[in-house]
Design a protein around this ligand. Structure first.
Ligand SMILES: [Zn+2]
Length: 219
């Protein structure tokens, strides 16, 4: 470091080597901090997603109460009525809540507005076996037919495969199990029929036991 007097001011000048050393130190610090920043960002997204699914849980509970304990229905063949998004969104009210923080909101398909429900999907899928009805007018199953609501999943992060933003196969969980996404720090986040949300450890072996249309989760 060199100093020289310039009139009343004392000017400090760095040599090229000193500048290179400073740049190298900044680069090392950045490389050390970046992974932990990325991890913090991933953790924040995971927390937001749990919050979203909890809101969906309240919506499921309110729907059950209002509809005489019939489970929210879904039918891919009935665009006008039996779509779970259409049934639950009035109880949620905020568009962002319906979109997983890992999903790209610009790719979320909508036919102009979320609330017209031409088919909207923000990264969440429904347990198809549990909620499927063939046509409008058909009644979905009742809550009392689900023997273990605390172990029966209803909504979750769905696989971010191609087509997930549309009404295609990615919209549903055909079979109820194989499309669960582990995208939040390798953990599956599931909403259960009793409205609790659990982020299971990736080390936990989840076993789907499909009994009478309900997908039971057995950690
Ligand atoms: Zn998510």
């Amino acid at each position: 470091m060199q100093t020289r007097n310039s009139g009343r001011h004392r000017v400090i000048q760095f040599t090229l080597i000193e500048l290179l050393v400073v740049i190298a130190i900044i680069a090392i610090l950045a490389s050390l901090l970046l992974p932990s920043l990325q991890q913090a960002k991933a953790r924040a997204k995971s927390v937001l997603c749990v919050g979203n699914l909890k809101q969906h849980g309240y919506a499921v509970a309110m729907y059950l109460q209002e509809y005489d304990e019939y489970v929210v229905p879904h039918s891919p063949t009935d665009p006008g009525y039996h779509r779970w998004v259409k049934s639950l969104h009035p109880y949620i009210g905020v568009r962002e809540t319906c979109i997983c923080p890992t999903a790209d909101p610009t790719k979320v398909w909508t036919d102009g507005t979320l609330w017209t429900f031409g088919g909207v999907f923000g990264g969440y899928g429904i347990a198809y076996d549990l909620c499927h009805v063939q046509l409008s007018g058909m009644k979905p199953r009742k809550l009392k037919s689900i023997t273990q609501p605390d172990k029966t999943m209803i909504l979750f992060d769905i696989d971010l495969a191609a087509g997930m933003y549309s009404e295609g196969s990615g919209f549903l969980t055909w079979g109820g199990w194989d499309r669960i996404s582990y995208r939040h720090m390798a953990r599956p986040i599931l909403l259960y029929v009793d409205s609790h949300v659990a982020g299971h450890s990736s080390r936990t072996k989840l076993i789907a036991d499909i009994q009478g249309g309900a997908v039971l989760v057995k950690p």
